[in-house]
Design a protein around this ligand. Structure first.
Ligand code: F6R
Length: 268
């Protein structure tokens, strides 16, 4: 894991956008894994800005989102499809047919759907770069605590904590789904490179457990310890509970020097 501690949320978004831009310039038909939620909004804004300068194009890019609520329609304002269109896809030159959401239609068997989604990722050659956020309870995607570390795309019941954390997004009379289709932890770990973004003090405890705690399904994000190419982009607030902050800063400096000399550590 490479831990990158930056001044604030804006710097986190800029760094994430820089890494994504490098990938797309290297591989114009990159396969991206994307997340919804509050954290990546600033990243998407940065990418839209870079796209507008003409530096990158998404015309050949395909995307797979981590999760989608079960039991609400794709056209619903609360769907993650609606979120992604409004926050990102509507503002870039991506072909919307190449943007895949794990949207399981009413009446469709979620198990069959999950297998099909995994298969679609495989048919595209796998995910080059997966963007993640982290839940206050350590979830990635909607893999809630006690999720199997070998899980694949399937339905998960959301915890009370997650429902509470996301409650502000729903009006009082609006139905808040309690089930979601989500990539599994094994699906996420299959990505060739992973970038997790976390900002704000609400994430500090989960971040500490993910990075310095034991590998445990009780903190699903700790499974990232098993991946060879993970960058954890944090603002100072989200990094506040890490014990070895100085060491991570020093390692990052050394890695930047090596990258300047030899290029990136991983091949796509
Ligand atoms: C969203 C997702 C979730 C969020 C997490 C953090 O697609 O997979 O794991 O990344 O709940 O959400 P925010 O960024 O709203 O704090």
């Amino acid at each position: 894991m490479e831990i990158v501690i930056l001044k604030n949320a804006d710097a986190v978004a800029k760094k994430g956008a820089q890494l994504l831009t490098e990938l797309i310039r290297q591989k114009s038909n990159a396969i991206l894994g994307l997340a919804t939620g509050r954290t990546p909004i600033a990243l998407y804004e940065q990418l839209i800005g870079i796209y507008r300068t003409g530096e990158i194009s998404f015309a050949e890019v395909s995307t797979f989102n981590l999760d989608e609520y079960l039991g609400i329609d794709e056209d619903d304002d609360q769907s993650y499809r609606a979120f992604m269109n409004a926050a990102f896809f509507d503002h870039i030159d991506i072909d919307i047919r190449n943007t895949y959401m794990p949207f399981c239609k009413e009446g469709e068997n979620p198990r069959t759907f999950g297998l099909g989604f995994e298969n679609e990722i495989l048919c595209h050659g796998g995910i080059d770069l997966q963007i993640l956020g982290i839940g206050g309870n350590g979830h990635i995607g909607f893999n809630e605590p006690a999720s199997s570390l070998k899980s694949r795309t399937r339905v998960k019941a959301l915890t009370q904590r997650t429902l509470q954390d996301n409650k502000h997004l729903f009006d009082e009379n609006e139905h808040q789904p309690r089930l979601a289709m989500t990539m599994g932890i094994a699906t996420i770990l299959d990505a060739r490179k992973i970038i997790l973004l976390a900002t704000g003090s609400g994430k500090a405890e989960a971040v500490q457990k993910m990075v310095e705690g034991p590998l445990s399904s009780m903190c699903p994000a700790s499974a990232l310890q098993l991946h060879q190419h993970v960058s954890i982009l944090l603002d100072e607030k989200a990094a506040a509970k890490l014990q070895n902050q100085e060491y991570y800063l020093w390692v990052y400096e050394q890695n930047e020097t090596l990258r300047k000399q030899f290029g990136s550590f991983y091949n796509i």
